[in-house]
Write a protein that binds this ligand. Structure first.
Ligand SMILES: NC(=O)c1ccc[n+]([C@@H]2O[C@H](COP(=O)([O-])OP(=O)(O)OC[C@H]3O[C@@H](n4cnc5c(N)ncnc54)[C@H](OP(=O)(O)O)[C@@H]3O)[C@@H](O)[C@H]2O)c1
Length: 274
């Protein structure tokens, strides 16, 4: 059975910009009611002004940090209070990154990236599973990255977080199949969003190399289709597919190509371990 947006209830994290904002709009335009979450209150409350859209779904904005337990509880209680505890779609989209050598970063970069990109979506999913069990053809859509399939240098923390999301998604998909809940892993390549404006502990001169970035709208369109078709996994761009399949066929060659010499002597981390 395909997933249908009309009259469904969805949660989208990271709905204040980029892919999450475009996907929220697309879901609402197709008659889905979206509970939209992000930290920037001014941005997220703009959804109220523009919703409900004429006769269609509408958006309930929640301003908050998904790494906070109380924010995740507010999402759950909103579903219980306003939607009879039923949820049809959870999109774990919120994400952050950082660029630079592991040896030159503090432990905070790893901790923050893992908290937002892995622990928060895992824990949000945990508390929303009872609601998803009540949904129609329910889907958990995890927005990962091609870097969750093939790791590259200078993004070790980000790659680790997306590999974790990938492995957890595969395991959860198998566990939840008997309950009729699909887990859809969407892996975009570089996307022209605000993602690169808020990189953690990153030299502002750092550039992310890419073969033709996609627009967030194009990524959201593909994610929407993958959700409706209840796909298990989609790798979006041709460059991304090439990277992932080349790595599957010739991992040793890929390791060689990606090997790096340090540009400068590795500095010690700036704060103590924890
Ligand atoms: N851009 C790329 O090149 C690219 C490539 C592959 C995969 N992706 C993945 O795509 C997803 C969306 O990224 P994007 O490109 O659309 O970037 P974006 O425009 O920066 O959007 C990220 C969203 O996450 C939200 N967010 C960040 N930390 C949060 C937190 N602690 N709690 C709640 N919301 C939080 C941000 O809103 P607030 O700041 O208002 O909280 C924002 O709405 C991410 O998972 C990213 O890893 C991106």
């Amino acid at each position: 059975m395909p997933w249908k947006a009309k009259d469904s209830v969805a949660v989208v994290t990271g709905a204040s910009s980029g892919i999450g904002k475009c996907l929220t709009q697309q879901l609402a335009d197709n008659g889905c009611h979206v509970i939209a979450i992000a930290r920037r209150a001014d941005r997220i409350h703009q959804w109220h002004a523009s919703s409900p859209l004429s006769g269609f779904g509408g958006v309930t904005p929640i301003a908050g940090d998904i790494t906070k337990r109380e924010v995740r509880s507010t999402i759950r209680s909103t579903i219980e209070t306003h939607h009879g505890g039923k949820l049809d779609l959870l999109v774990n989209n919120a994400g952050i990154g950082g660029i630079g050598r592991f040896s030159q970063a503090t432990p905070d970069r790893l901790r923050q990236i893992m908290e937002v990109n892995f622990f928060a979506p895992a824990e949000l999913t945990r508390i929303l599973l009872p609601s998803l069990q009540l949904g129609s053809a329910p889907v958990i859509c995890n927005i990962s990255s091609v870097l969750g399939h093939r790791a590259v240098p200078e993004k070790s923390e980000y790659c680790a977080s997306k590999f974790a999301l990938h492995g957890w998604s595969d395991s959860l998909r198998a566990e939840l199949a008997p309950d009729g809940i699909q887990v859809t892993l969407v892996s975009p390549s570089t996307t022209k969003s605000e993602f690169f404006d808020s990189l953690i502990e990153t030299d502002p001169n750092q550039q992310s190399r890419s073969l033709g970035p996609w627009s967030p709208q194009r990524v959201a369109n593909k994610a929407f289709t993958a959700i409706c078709k209840r796909r298990s996994e989609v790798i979006l761009s041709l460059g991304g597919k090439t990277l992932v399949y080349a790595d599957r066929v010739a991992p040793a060659l890929m390791n060689k190509i990606l090997e790096q010499r340090p540009a400068a002597p590795a500095a010690p981390p700036k704060s103590g371990d924890r």
